[in-house]
Design a protein around this ligand. Structure first.
Ligand code: PEP
Ligand code: MN
Length: 672
């Protein structure tokens, strides 16, 4: 009875494998159809889909299968196929257009050849097996092949030394990578049984992955140049005591019978392959101005002088840009230097990667980018499109929990100083930012600028696009207000900060202002945050009035993750049950944010207080708590202010604030 069940289970496993194979073949065909459709026209042909589903349901019932099952099964496959076509259309790597001859090390059915098939999914790709890795690299250099697929590392045996060495010393470009789940078979001449196997031939790396199993079975490993080549050799020898350790495909190709499956010591046996092109191949597109709907990875070879701290400085550059290091490997080069192959998440043309590369060049003797390519080992579904701005970053502080997303911010790195014109926020010197809630007229903003400048303020604020709670309140002068603000700032010699409410206005405002403010009501306007991540402009990010500090950090992370590190956090009061003040200034937020992040932290006592008489005490409390700067609303004629009149300090109030601030800062040993 038991034996019977086991037998049937084996049959089921076999059927499942068949099913998988068929689904994979179907998807490969869908891909081809997608290519044939080209990039115009709809991906979906609803009529055809319906016809296919109907036909399938019909044939299903002939086999006694319920339509509910069959239609659902096929619908899943069709939906996925449609995604595949859509993704291919946007994400098809450009090498697919010209790579027709791809070389690999080994014989037909080798895992590298499987990797080629998996990666290209195209049947019109011709594969060429070479005896050695060196021969593959030579073929690539001579133009005999368009690309090469080579294994770079394996989860059980580690790095493939020979390939790493060739990668370092040959002018190649990495175009893509592929991850293959290695499942070895023992295959021998038809009629052989597992008990009768005495010797197993295979590539040494493959043999190493099954050593424990071989010892247990009393089988002697015999190194051969390749897994599939071993299958060919076993077929030639025709000896039932000799088996090859190879893929099921190689066994089948060479007419062998499989006597055991999945015999690797650890089932999690994966090999990562690299698809390489020749560095001087003009067909390789290096400009990546086009959108990249995938998570990218970049590989570098750097030569470090044999000096203390050289590697640490190099890694620090990557860490400081929030770039997640995914691999590092090294080789000595006589007389005595070290070459390092470094992989990290990000594309060489992302702003922060570019910045990191520039900094690295100053630190190292030599630097070569071997390529930026899709990261197929990230946790995204294989082939799944991932937005460009997605970055994976790793924690550098132990206290960071695994699912903490704000790892860029939390990195233990030196404090960020945000420069706005010639003003540095977050440095030793305290900064006072002052100006009206809203720009109302040329005269008003000019007077406000003069008043701020005289009181010792070093930046001018002024809203042009105003987020007013009521649609009937003054909405601001818009772009014209931004022009007036910039003009007044220029005259007074003060850089200006103003709020942007909408992504549509960002470019226009960015051309006029020195710093962009994200208001409390917009702290979770994620599209705006993402856009701010892409521009090279300092951002003043205000805490939402109902936002937790965690949420504020997540909002900041959006901007940093996009590549813009010039972010200043602002505590401006939160909504509590208290009605005596407009908001409740969360003083604890200031030291908390300073401890948890490397970003400058400032306070806005005006919007927290909502009333003039409380602005100065709150301002002083925030500075006592360590705020790097204050942003305060002032007006040359507060009683005439068109918005937030009740909280605006007049010239006298501002002077009084300045005097008290100086005394406090003196006590703290901070210049103003
Ligand atoms: C402002 O600074 O003008 C403003 C509207 O502030 P908040 O977004 O903090 O309310
Ligand atoms: Mn205001």
């Amino acid at each position: 009875m038991k034996k019977n069940v086991a037998g049937m289970r084996e049959q089921i496993d076999e059927l499942d494998r068949e099913l998988l194979k068929v689904v994979a073949e179907r998807i490969a065909l869908v891909r081809k159809i997608g290519d044939a459709k080209g990039s115009d026209g709809p991906v979906r042909d609803a009529e055809r889909e319906q016809a296919v589903v109907d036909r399938w349901a019909g044939s299903g019932s002939e086999h006694g299968l319920a339509a509910a099952l069959t239609t659902r099964l096929l619908r899943e496959v069709i939906t996925h196929s449609r995604c595949v076509q859509q993704i291919d259309r946007h994400a098809a790597p450009s090498y697919l257009q010209w790579a027709r001859r791809i070389g690999y090390q080994g014989d037909s059915g080798a895992y590298s050849e499987l990797a080629i098939r998996m990666r290209t999914g195209q049947t019109d790709v011709e594969t060429f097996g070479y005896r050695s890795f060196a021969a593959v690299f030579e073929a690539l250099a001579s133009g005999a092949i368009d690309c090469a697929m080579v294994p770079i590392e394996n989860t059980i045996v580690g790095s493939v030394e020979e390939v790493t060495t060739l990668l370092i010393s040959t002018p190649v470009v990495i175009l893509d990578e592929e991850l293959v789940h290695i499942q070895h078979c023992l295959a021998s001449t038809p009629g052989a049984t597992l008990d009768g196997i005495r010797t197993v031939m295979s590539h040494p790396v493959a043999l190493q992955q099954c050593l424990e199993t071989f010892v247990a079975m009393g089988i002697e490993p015999e190194p051969y140049f390749d897994t599939a080549g071993a299958a060919a050799e076993v077929a030639v020898r025709g000896d039932r005591s000799i088996a090859a350790l190879c893929s099921a495909e190689a066994a089948e190709y060479h007419g062998l019978e499989i006597v055991a499956r999945n015999i690797e010591d650890d089932a999690r046996n994966f090999t990562r392959f690299l698809l390489l092109g020749a560095a001087d191949d003009a067909r390789i597109r290096r400009d990546s101005a086009e959108p990249r709907p995938y998570v990218a990875k970049t590989s570098l070879v750097v030569t470090l002088a044999n000096r203390s701290g050289a590697l640490a400085r190099c890694l620090q550059v990557l860490a400081s840009k929030g770039l997640n290091l995914t691999r590092i490997d090294s080789r000595p080069r006589p007389p005595w230097e070290y070459l390092f192959v470094v992989d990290f998440d990000g594309h060489a043309q992302e702003v922060r990667v570019e910045a990191a590369l520039n900094e690295l060049r100053a630190e190292v003797e030599e630097l070569r980018v071997i390529g930026s390519y899709p990261n197929r080992t990230s946790f995204a579904e294989p082939g799944e499109a991932v937005p460009d701005a997605v970055v994976t970053v790793s924690p550098s502080v132990e206290s960071v929990t695994k699912n903490d997303s704000r790892l860029v911010l939390l990195g233990d790195r030196k404090r960020t100083i945000v420069h706005v014109g010639d003003v540095a926020i977050g440095g030793d010197r305290f900064v006072l930012i002052a100006g009206p809630c809203a720009v109302e007229s040329r005269v008003q903003i000019r007077d406000a600028a003069q008043m701020a400048q005289r009181a010792g303020a070093r930046m001018l604020r002024g809203g042009a696009f105003k987020p007013r709670t009521s649609p009937y309140s003054f909405q601001g002068l818009g772009l014209e207000g931004t022009d007036l603000l910039a003009e007044a700032g220029r005259e007074a010699g003060l850089p200006v900060v103003t709020e942007v409410l909408d992504v549509r206005h960002l470019q226009l405002v960015a051309e006029r202002a020195d710093m962009i403010q994200v208001g409390a009501r917009n702290m979770q306007n994620f599209e705006l945050l993402k856009e701010l991540g892409r521009i090279d402009m300092p951002v003043l990010l205000k805490r939402g009035m109902s936002a937790t500090l965690e949420e504020l950090l997540d909002a900041a992370e959006y901007i940093l993750a996009g590549g813009n590190e010039r972010v200043v956090l602002c505590e401006r009061g939160i909504r509590t049950f208290e009605r005596a003040t407009r908001s409740t200034l969360d003083i604890a937020a200031i030291p908390f944010l300073k401890a948890r992040t490397h970003l400058p932290v400032i306070a806005d006592p005006s919007h927290a207080a909502g009333r003039r008489d409380l602005v100065i005490p709150l301002a002083l409390a925030a500075v006592a708590a360590g705020a790097d700067a204050l942003i305060v609303e002032v007006h040359p004629r507060p009683d005439e202010a068109l918005s937030d009149r009740e909280q605006a300090l007049g010239p006298g109030g501002l002077d009084s604030l300045a005097v008290q601030l100086r005394a406090l800062l003196l006590a703290q040993g901070r210049p103003m």
